[in-house]
Design a protein around this ligand. Sequence first.
Ligand SMILES: NC(=O)CC[C@H](N)C(=O)O
Length: 304
Amino acid sequence: MLDFMTSAHQSFSSVKEGANASYIPFLASVPSDLFGIAIAFTNGEVLEVGDTKYEFAIESISKVFTLARVLEELGKEEFKAKIGSNATGEPFNSVIALELHKEHPYNPFDNAGAIATVSLLNAKSSDDRWNQIISTYNLFAGRELAVNNEVYQSESDTNAHNRGISWLLKNSGNMYTDPDQACDVYTRQCSVAITCRDLAIMGGTIANGGINPVTKKQVVSQENIQPILAEMMMNGLYENTGNWLYSTGLPGKSGVGGGILAVVPGKCALAVFAPPLDIHGNSVKGQKVGAFLSEKLGWSLFNK
Ligand SMILES: NC(=O)CC[C@H](N)C(=O)O
């Protein structure tokens, strides 16, 4: 296993395609050649190659773990009715997608649906909303995570588009708290710093039926694993999800911080960190590693 990971790292470290996200200024300053690969198995073993200790911004991968928390609170049917489980086929921050669907979010991974998902948490205050989210992430990672304040500042200074989306949701009755509060908590969740190892363990918890494979704590109930994986399968890499699925056969999730997660249910989770992105916001090397390892290790869910 480690041999395949090392060979993926060696083969793809020279790939020059893609570029760091720059619409969030901080992300443009992250060294582009950082490259880590980690796999967490359901038995608690974790294998790592490359820059797996470097802390990067979780960005949109956070949407998976907020989804888990809200599913626990609402149940999957109410969640599906309020947010949805279909792809828009548009970029993750598309306003056109909202306009086309009467300002109703379509799924929890596009920004509109993600911000609405944050707003659905039953919380007394902004701090309470945030504490519910970060405590959930901590359980998934098996350690205390923290916001990278430089990322948070950089995103807060440049998130007018997401604030606009929040107010459109308010306009159509699909925002369940103050829109600016929901957007701020969403911005904070995207700024949480994680390592590649953390991400593998967070995904490993999903692969392990909701039980963190390292701490052995139940973080999300088994019945909510299917809706989480369905959302990842359907829109985890936005408009490139079909191509990802074609080559990996696995549910995945990307973030513009350069992280990518793939879940092999019952077996393990793969986390890759490499900042240069394709035009849809997905790590280029991450997608290559996913395709390579899935093929070598027979991970595809469609090859049984
Ligand atoms: N795809 C992403 O990772 C986007 C997350 C980013 N914080 C945004 O809202 O634009």
